[in-house]
Structures are given as structure tokens and as C-alpha cells.
Design a protein around this ligand. Structure first.
Ligand SMILES: [Fe+2]
Ligand SMILES: [Fe+2]
Length: 273
């Protein structure tokens, strides 16, 4: 069996150490899992999209794990589509690649093809958005009958595939529709995401959607009123064997429950022009 652990939203920085106390208990828990591969589904950094030092710091921490790590970027790592102050662009993508490797990637296991996607490109109209989609088509076409599992930062939707624009929380409807067509047409087994800092596991049209919890902090009910899932800190464990797989959200009780609401003014101060 091939053991994979998904971690997400660690939000680490050498200068903003608000969530740093959760790194050591996370690494202790990870070591006990003995995974063959760790997949980080983004927001590796607190807000490192313009900060080389934050990337160097996070890369050193990830490398200190005694296991291969594949990461995909979050909004705080490479910026967001059409963001007024921190848009995703070539410079920010280059910074990610220089420190943490490719921002979209494929990893084959026996019977499976795992695809990591840079969800921050969806709806950006950057040249890289087209390149990623053409690449994705090729990865699917060449999957040679393997089962497909996707990993990305922003979920494709929150409640329903046909819902309107959920703004900050999910992929916008226009790029979402194309991606969901691919999911349906190619019977993608699961789509695993981060970003929401919530744990949830549900199925729509035969595909499983797994919200990987943060291992850094949770978000208070004021910001996520009525949202499904639970404000739990943890990770997701996967076991792949032939064409079968298991996925289980794991609460990690050794992590300290930190709330972004208590420190948001320090961690994400309003932009000063
Ligand atoms: Fe996050
Ligand atoms: Fe995020």
C-alpha cells in the first residue's frame, strides 16, 4: 500500500510566528504515520507571496521532514486572480518555483494518477492558466487507465457545483464549469482541497470532495457562517492499493486550536498603499 498524507494551510513565516507552535506537533504526528509522500495543499506561508525569506524558511521546514513533499500554491503563496494588491503573476509564480518546485505536477502510483493543480491560476487570464489547462488535458489523456485524484488549494465549489460566485472561498463559476466537466467526463475519484481551514468529506455525482483541514489555525464562525464541515485542525491520510483507496480526515489533538480572528489585525493588516 502507498501511504500519502495531505497537510494544508500551515501558514509559516520566520517573522510572523503566530502559528509556528503547531509545526513541531505536526511533524511528530507525521513521523508516526510513516507516509511515502506528503502533499501540501497550499498556504505554506503566512503571506509569503512577495517574501523570499518566508519561502526559504518554509522550504527548509518541509525539507526537514524525512519524506518527499509535493506542494501546490495557495492564495497567500502566489497571490490571487485580479487581486488589487497581490495578483498572481509570473514573478510570484517564479518565486514559488524557485523555492518549492513546480506549481502543478503529476505523480503516478500503481493504478493511480495524482494530479496537483495550481488553483490560483483559475480565472486569472494569465498565460500560465492556459498552459496548465492544456497540460491537464494531456495528463488525463495519457493516464493509461489509471484512476484519477486531484489536489488543489481552493475548492471547486462550497455547497453545490452549480452555485454562483463564492468570492474568496472557491473557484469562480466560469473556470469551475470547465473543470467540473473534466471531473465528470473522466470520473475523477476525488478532489482534495485546502484553503477553507475546515474538514469535510462528501460526494457529488460520484466524485468525493475532501476538504483537508489546516494544521495551523481555524477560522471563527463570523467569517464562515453556515459553512459545512468542521473547524478542526488536522490532516488527511490516504492509502492507495491497486485501484482501491481510502481517505480519512484525521483530527490531530496535539495541535493547539488557534483562531485567526484573534490575531488577524497583526497577521493580515489592511493594505497600506
Ligand atoms: Fe489558508
Ligand atoms: Fe488560502
Amino acid at each position: 500500500m502507498h501511504r500519502v498524507v495531505q497537510i494544508s494551510d500551515t501558514h509559516l513565516s520566520p517573522t510572523k510566528q503566530h502559528f509556528a507552535c503547531n509545526w513541531e506537533p505536526l511533524t511528530g504526528w507525521l513521523a508516526a504515520q510513516q507516509p511515502d509522500l506528503v502533499i501540501h495543499t497550499g498556504d505554506v506561508t503566512v503571506d509569503g507571496a512577495d517574501l523570499d525569506d518566508d519561502f526559504a524558511h518554509c522550504n527548509a521546514l518541509l525539507r526537514s521532514l524525512d519524506v518527499p513533499v509535493l506542494s501546490i500554491p495557495g492564495n497567500h503563496d502566489v497571490g490571487e486572480a485580479y487581486h488589487p494588491h497581490q495578483p498572481v503573476n509570473e514573478e510570484r509564480l517564479s518565486r514559488w518555483r524557485e523555492h518549492l518546485g513546480e506549481d502543478f505536477w503529476v505523480r503516478d502510483l500503481e493504478g493511480w494518477r495524482l494530479i496537483g493543480l495550481n488553483s490560483m491560476l483559475f480565472g486569472s487570464d494569465e498565460a500560465e492558466e492556459k498552459r496548465q489547462l492544456a497540460w491537464l488535458d494531456r495528463q488525463i489523456a495519457e493516464s493509461d487507465g489509471r484512476c484519477l485524484g486531484w489536489f488543489l488549494h481552493r475548492p471547486l465549489f462550497i455547497e453545490s457545483p452549480t452555485e454562483g460566485d463564492k468570492g474568496y472561498w472557491s473557484v469562480p463559476p466560469r473556470p469551475r464549469a470547465h473543470l467540473l466537466d473534466l471531473v465528470r467526463k473522466h470520473q475523477v475519484a476525488f478532489v482534495a482541497s485546502g484553503h477553507l481551514h475546515r474538514a469535510h468529506d462528501f460526494a457529488v455525482d460520484g466524485t468525493r470532495y475532501i476538504w483537508g483541514p489546516s494544521a495551523g489555525f481555524v477560522v471563527g464562525p463570523e467569517m464562515q457562517a453556515g459553512m459545512a464541515g468542521s473547524a478542526t485542525l488536522g490532516a488527511v491520510t490516504y492509502g492507495f492499493e491497486g485501484r482501491d483507496y481510502t481517505a480519512k480526515i484525521q483530527e490531530i489533538t496535539a495541535l493547539k486550536t488557534l483562531w485567526i480572528d484573534d490575531v488577524i489585525h497583526e497577521v493580515y493588516p489592511p493594505h497600506v498603499a
